[in-house]
Structures are given as C-alpha cells and as structure tokens.
Design a protein around this ligand. Structure first.
Ligand code: NAD
Length: 351
C-alpha cells in the first residue's frame, strides 16, 4: 500500500455507520459473509501470528488486547468484559479495532467493534456448528438471552438452517427482550422457564451467560448424546459455564489451545486433556463429527483472527460508500523529519 500524497487520513467506521452497513447488507446476509471470511482465514491459519490475548484483570472484569497479522495486514481489537455493567445500564462487552498496513505500519481502518463482535462471534459459532452439529439440526436452546443472543440465533438460522430457538435466562426480562427482537425473523420462538425445559428436543445448545464465576449452566445429566454445545460465555479465567463431567464426555474443539486453556471451559481440565484445533477440521485435515451419538463442544473464547476477518470484511465494503469518516489520526508532515516544523506552522496558522 503506497503512502497517499496528501494528509494520511484513516477511514473510521462509527457505531452509527456500522449499523447502517449491517442494514444496507442485511443482518443474515452479512452473518453469512462474515462466516465466509472467518472460514477463509481459518483455512490459512498457519501463516498468522498467534498469541493468547493480553488481558488486564480486575475484580469487576477484564480489558484485553487481541493482536494478529497475516504478514501483509496487522490487526488488533480492544475489548472489555464486565458482567456487572448491565446493573448500571452499561454493556458487558464493548470493543473497537484497527487494521494496519504491515509495509508502512500506517493504520488503514479504525472501527467500532461492539456490534461487529456480536456479529463475528455469532458468525463463527454458526460456521463451527455447520462443521460439527448433527446434520439437519433444526432446534437450538439459547441459554442467556443478553446482548449476543439474537445474533447467535440469527446466525444459526442463516448458516445452519435452524428453525426454532428455545430461550432461557435467569432474568425473564432478558428472555422477553430477545423474543420481542426475534419476532418476525422467521424463527419459531419458545420461551422456557428452566434450562432443562430449554434443551428439550434441541440438537444445538448455546450457553451465552455472563457471570464471573465457575457457573454450572448445564449439569451432566442435562446433556444427552448426539448434541452440539456452543459454549460462548466461559471466556475468562475463573468464568466457566459447564460441569466438568460434560467436558469429559465431549469431543472438544477450540480456536487457539494456548488461549483456550487459560480462558475456556477446559481451564477446568488437566492441561494435557486432548482437544482438536478447529482450523484443522475446517481445512479438512482432521475429522469433525464422526458419529451420531457423539457430543461435540465448541469451547469458544473468541480469537484475534476472527476479529481480523471481521475487520477485513468491513474494509472490503467501504470503498465508494459513505459509511465511514476520514480521521485525522496520524501526524504526517510533508517532510517526514520535520515534525516540529509542522507544529510551528500550526502555531502561525492559529495566530
Ligand atoms: P449480557 O450481560 O448482555 O447477557 C448475559 C445474560 O446471561 C444476561 O441476560 C443474564 O441474565 C444471563 N445469565 C446470567 N447467569 C445466568 C444463568 N445462570 N442462567 C441463564 N442466564 C444467565 O452479555 P453478552 O454480551 O450477551 O455476553 C454473554 C457472554 O458471552 C459473556 O460472558 C461474554 O463475555 C461472552 N462473550 C463471548 C464471546 C466469544 O467470542 N466467545 C464473544 C462475546 C461475548
């Protein structure tokens, strides 16, 4: 990428513009597009720089940086996770992210990623379920009906063809909100009064709760053979959703083992408990589901490459659109060594 002759402006996608982009494309079409980008990047997994995310923990939550590069483009996301935030009217998860040109180090995109993270997490879940869930799965239990839940439901519809979602949340207001938002989506919505009721007849079980503790959203006796579990909410040390006995009966699929062993459900297991890396299933070198009665578990924590794919998807849709603002983010004097001269000229300009 060459350096522009004028001021180096950085395209910025605001929350408003992200929402316009999603509506312009259509939610389900964009979820399918994001899943294609994530799948394509999982297929070229080996060429990426990979590192567990850099986390700063506090009693209330965590703030994380998630970097990666494919050698040509570098990306990172800033993201937080604060389960108690909703009590004060704040989001549990907020994020923004950046892509940069590896050749110059100049940023080429800055974007909101709170909405985009919900889209990419859902697209990744459904792309993984396409590989692991029982064929012709039609019913999903959706446990935890917060910010991610509608996105998860619509992605499973758009990418895996489910037609029914069975909702459960300890807070019935969250279930009402989710049911209201999904009315008119074409999904059959069933509101349930217990987690046991929600998993009746479900081939896919999604857990997407937020609590900073070793929670037991699913107990061992609740999970029958043959299901696919999409475990989203356990994504931090000391924050899990599944009883360890379920893990011992499941074939476990992970994004990046070095990160998932710290943050995922498998933090509850021995450090050498066998897991399968998803990219190998997606690249076709390792089998995914091999029998009808197998329990497959996607121990999702969210990995930097998925954010990179999502930012790539957004960047590819901006040219010729009015969906971004040009940000004056980089000091870029005409004479690169005369940064101070640029400052002096600014003083005379403002005099
Ligand atoms: P949120 O706070 O908006 O919603 C969480 C919901 O879980 C709330 O409605 C809450 O009432 C419910 N809940 C809490 N305990 C429960 C229980 N025992 N049984 C049933 N419901 C319960 O949060 P969100 O933005 O929807 O995120 C959900 C989780 O997903 C968080 O833990 C977040 O960190 C995680 N997350 C993971 C990824 C990933 O890539 N794996 C990405 C985004 C978010």
């Amino acid at each position: 990428m060459s350096k522009p002759s004028d001021k180096a402006l950085v395209p910025f996608v605001s929350v408003d513009n992200m929402m316009r982009l999603i509506h312009h494309i259509g939610v389900e079409k964009m979820l399918r597009g994001l899943a294609d980008y994530v799948e394509a990047d999982f297929k070229r997994w080996e060429l990426f720089d990979k590192t567990p995310r850099v986390a700063s923990h506090s009693a209330e939550g965590v703030i994380e940086l998630m970097p990666t590069s494919d050698g040509e483009v570098y990306g990172f996301k800033y993201v937080n996770g604060h389960p108690k935030n909703t009590r004060d009217g704040l989001q549990t998860v907020t994020a923004f992210g950046l892509l940069a040109d590896v050749g110059t180090g100049y940023p080429v995109l800055l974007s909101e990623m709170t909405v985009l993270t919900a889209m990419r997490t859902a697209a990744t879940s459904a792309m993984v379920a396409k590989h692991l869930a029982p064929k012709n799965a039609k019913v999903m239990a959706m446990i935890g009906n917060g910010a991610q839940s509608e996105f998860q439901s619509l992605a499973m519809k758009a990418i895996c063809g489910i037609d029914t979602v069975r909702l459960y949340d300890t807070d019935s207001a969250a279930t009402e909100k989710c049911a209201r938002n999904l009315a008119g989506s074409g999904l059959k919505i069933v509101k349930c009064n217990s987690p046991e009721e929600s998993i009746e007849g479900a081939q896919i079980i999604t857990t997407c709760t937020a609590d900073k503790q070793y929670a037991t959203i699913l107990t061992d006796n609740m999970v029958g053979s043959g299901v696919h579990i999409n475990a989203i909410g356990g994504d931090c040390p000391g924050k899990t959703e599944l009883a360890p006995a379920i893990l011992n009966r499941s074939d476990i699929f992970v994004e990046f083992p070095e990160q998932t062993r710290i943050e995922g459900e498998i933090q509850q297991l021995d450090p050498d408990h066998p897991v399968t890396e998803l990219w190998q299933v997606i690249a076709g070198t390792t089998p995914g589901r091999t029998s009808d009665d197998q329990i497959t578990l996607f121990d999702s924590v969210g990995f930097a490459i998925e954010d990179f794919s999502a930012l790539r998807y957004v960047r590819d849709r901006l040219s010729g659109s009015d969906l971004y603002l040009d940000l004056d983010l980089l000091a870029d004097p005409d004479d690169p060594r005369d940064l101070f001269g640029m400052l002096l000229r600014a003083a005379s300009d403002t005099a």
